[in-house]
Ligand binder design. Structure first.
Ligand SMILES: Nc1ncnc2c1ncn2[C@@H]1O[C@H](COP(=O)(O)OP(=O)(O)OP(=O)(O)O)[C@@H](O)[C@H]1O
Length: 338
């Protein structure tokens, strides 16, 4: 469906997107994820036709889009800076793309009603946009983007303005809706929870490059680099010398997954792999703090040697602040980073 080949965008001396190649298959939902300034929005704007690339090509269904204007690309946009028209009612907003295409009035009305049903706002045609809640406005914007049946829907921080609870609900609804419609989606977010809940594939960007691309599970389980690991919030990273089935680190010996190549590397231990036990066993650590995280408690530890550690444990097992514990590591939560 979409193929980017070696796309580069420069702003003066700054390279915002650096020889990026990316394919999006029919019906696939791909989320670009990354810190601020990593080039996500610029890449999206290139695909939309809002930003000409300095080098590289954008193909939609095999056709080079060089020189093709936004409205002829057959893509739907739901961008942060793409607000609803406040002077039009909900129906007028949703019908916008259909009017532009010269659709007949009764076809417009039918399609608007269908879309409003789909986004959970049946019968809202005559409501004023200003009288809608933030979440309702997002749904209208989505209906407007979907109305002309775009071959590719592009979303830039689609739920950015909304509070967390609503975002978590809407993201699940969006995924179901796109699945039902078979919509191909390229979305941008800096919120990893949103990306992981929405996407079939997550593309993590760093300084205009793709740092990692994979299914949410893949990326979560096997971050490819220290950058990706830390971006996902994993901070238990340490230098390690791997020999055989173990690694020597400042935290002592850590078991590594079978088949890990020998050498000096960085190693990540996911918090679930940090086991707390008797102070006589393993690495002695002092409990510095505890944070309640819903299903578990995150325990911050100061080890006798090496950088701070975070452990994850069940509420009832969480040691008190100031306690001294012994830490051991489980190999299935250890990732040797590239
Ligand atoms: N129109 C522009 N003129 C000059 N520099 C720009 C322009 N647009 C983007 N940039 C720069 O290009 C880089 C990438 O920006 P971009 O907006 O694509 O990042 P992003 O990952 O989407 O960030 P955010 O999450 O903050 O939106 C940044 O350094 C930004 O300052």
């Amino acid at each position: 469906m979409l193929a980017l080949k070696d796309v580069t965008v420069r702003f003066g001396s700054r390279v915002a997107v650096d020889t990026v190649s990316l394919d999006v298959a029919d019906h696939e939902i791909v989320c670009l994820l990354g810190p601020s300034g990593s080039g996500k929005s610029t890449l999206l704007r290139v695909v939309a036709g809002l930003q000409p690339p300095d080098a590289g090509t954008v193909l939609l269904d095999g056709t080079d889009q060089a020189g093709v204007p936004v409205h002829r690309r057959g893509v739907g946009l739901m961008f942060q800076d793409h607000q609803l028209f406040p002077q039009r009612d909900v129906g007028g907003n949703v019908a916008f793309g259909l009017r532009m295409r010269g659709a007949a009035r009764d076809e417009q009305a039918r399609r608007v009603a269908e879309l409003l049903d789909l986004v959970g706002l049946p019968g809202a045609e005559r409501r004023a946009v200003a009288a809608l809640s933030g979440g309702e406005q997002q749904r209208v914007a989505l209906a407007r983007a979907l109305a002309p049946r775009p071959r590719l829907l592009m979303l830039d921080e689609p739920l950015g303005q909304l509070d967390r609870g609503l975002r978590e609900r809407l993201v699940v609804e969006l995924r179901q809706l796109f699945g039902r419609l078979g919509t191909t989606v390229l979305a941008v977010t800096h919120d990893q929870g949103e990306a992981f809940a929405l996407a079939d594939r997550v593309v993590v960007m760093r300084d205009g490059h793709i740092a990692q691309s994979g299914t949410p599970l893949d990326v979560w389980q096997r971050p490819a680099s220290e950058f990706v690991a830390r971006f996902l919030g994993f901070d238990n990273v340490v230098e390690a010398t791997v020999t055989g089935g173990a690694a020597d680190t400042a935290w002592g010996q850590i078991p590594v997954p079978a088949g890990s190549a020998p050498g000096t590397v960085r190693v990540l231990v996911r918090p679930a792999g940090v086991r707390l036990g008797d102070p006589a066993d393993g690495l002695r650590c002092t409990v510095e703090g505890r944070t309640f995280r819903g299903h578990h408690v995150a325990v911050r530890l100061r080890p006798e040697t090496g950088p701070p550690l975070e452990a994850e444990c069940a509420l009832r097992d969480a040691p008190a602040e100031g306690a001294v514990v012994g830490v051991t590591f489980t190999s299935d939560e250890v990732v040797v980073l590239g």
